[in-house]
Design a binder for this molecule. Structure first.
Ligand code: DX5
Ligand code: ZN
Length: 221
């Protein structure tokens, strides 16, 4: 089980301190939400911020590119210290070359699917990815309510993984707390991105432990 606090939900005046705090919290990864004001109606931060916080923690950097033109961003984020880059399947025909580009930079590659997009859109790429991200909110903002229609997508992703003998991680992102996280774990998720429920809690360490406990108990694996 991977627990990945989303930096977006931390106090943005103190990203460095938040990254250090995440590193001491017992979390496994740090999730970094990159928004371009075009693919989603919000702007977050860029490679310079990622580069600045990179020396502050050993956490795996899970970079979620909610961007219309990832082709101009994957190299800067790779150089800034990303360990994995997640692109959106909604980008369509650009996907194969983007997957190749991310791999050629020596980084792991994830593919995300938005709530309105059928999970079948991921099918052609299943054997090329390290992670499949089921969005459980419409991307762009933290603090939104979990969309339960994501659960059957997680089940389908888990069924494909078993049937095809693949090993991609199944991640969920949006509205995840110990309760919705448990539901996702029961459906087959193994990687849990959480912003508000972790950084919004007074004690990050105990919030991470609580989320880990509920998803581990619920897991069917
Ligand atoms: C949403 C982002 C999420 C967000 C999750 O567009 O992709 O990673 O930070 O935040 P919460 O956990 O608050 O829904
Ligand atoms: Zn995200």
């Amino acid at each position: 089980m991977i627990i990945a606090p989303s930096l977006l939900a931390s106090n943005q005046a103190c990203f460095g301190a938040a990254a250090e705090r995440a590193g001491r919290s017992g979390a496994d990864w740090l999730h970094l939400d990159i928004m371009d004001g075009h693919f989603v109606p919000n702007i977050s931060f860029g490679p310079q911020v990622v580069k600045a916080i990179r020396p502050l923690t050993k956490l795996f950097f899970d970079v979620h590119l909610m961007c219309s033109k990832p082709e101009i961003l994957v190299e800067p984020f790779a150089n800034a210290g990303a360990d994995e880059m997640i692109i959106h399947v909604e980008l369509g025909e650009q996907i194969p070359s983007l997957i190749q580009k991310i791999k050629s930079l020596g980084k792991k590659v994830g593919l995300a699917v938005n709530p309105p997009t059928p999970i079948a859109a991921i099918l052609p790429y299943l054997d090329q990815i390290d992670l499949l991200l089921v969005m459980t909110v419409n991307p762009g903002f933290g603090g939104q309510e979990f969309i339960r229609e994501g659960l059957p997508k997680i089940q389908q992703a888990a069924t494909w993984r078993r049937e095809k003998n693949l090993s991609y991680r199944i991640s969920v992102d949006g509205g995840i707390n110990h309760s919705t996280g448990g539901d996702c774990a029961r459906a087959g998720a193994d990687t849990f991105v959480a912003g508000t429920s972790l950084f919004g809690s007074r004690n990050l360490k105990s919030a991470v432990a609580k989320l880990r406990q509920s998803v581990s108990q619920a897991s069917t694996r």
